[in-house]
Design a protein around this ligand. Structure first.
Ligand code: HEC
Length: 126
């Protein structure tokens, strides 16, 4: 009988220790989420490094056109496509939209880090 109580005690101790370790465990791995949040903030600026900001031309609701196409579901086109669309917008002009409308110089005005953050954010628009 005493043995059983001891086993229960040890087991409950293990559960407590495991819960304590598991809790804070993955907070340090939030680098990706921080980039996504930074990218969202960049996307939502109405003026971005002297250009009109993304949000002034792009909606995130499906089917809603402002000046450019809605970016709802843009993640399906992949990271490379999104990056190219930001750096070199006329490389692959979206059907039904005119070339030369999206500012062509984000690639010069934004840092690599900012572009990465924007790409990571847009990859969450599934
Ligand atoms: C002045 C308006 C304008 C601004 C500002 C603008 N865009 Fe665009 N964007 C467009 C237009 C118009 C197109 C479609 C024609 C083309 O592909 O160039 C487009 C296309 C895109 C595409 C490709 C969409 C698709 O379905 O193929 C992406 C991705 C994109 N823009 C992202 C961005 C991001 C990110 C920003 C901010 C850094 C931004 N745009 C700022 C007008 C704009």
């Amino acid at each position: 009988m005493k043995k059983a109580i001891l086993v229960v005690l040890i087991l409950s101790l293990l559960v407590v220790v495991a819960a304590a370790c598991g809790g804070g465990g993955d907070k340090s791995a939030s680098g990706g989420d921080a980039d996504v949040a930074a990218g969202k903030a960049l996307f939502e600026k109405t003026v971005l490094e002297g250009n009109a900001g993304c949000v002034t031309c792009h909606a995130r609701e499906p089917g809603k056109t402002i000046v450019g196409p809605s970016l709802a579901g843009i993640a399906s086109k992949g990271e490379d496509f999104i990056r190219e669309s930001i750096i070199n917008p006329d490389a692959d002009v979206t059907e039904g939209f005119p070339a030369g409308t999206m500012p062509p110089d984000y690639g010069q005005k934004l840092s690599d880090e900012q572009i990465n953050q924007l790409v990571k954010y847009l990859m969450t628009l599934k």
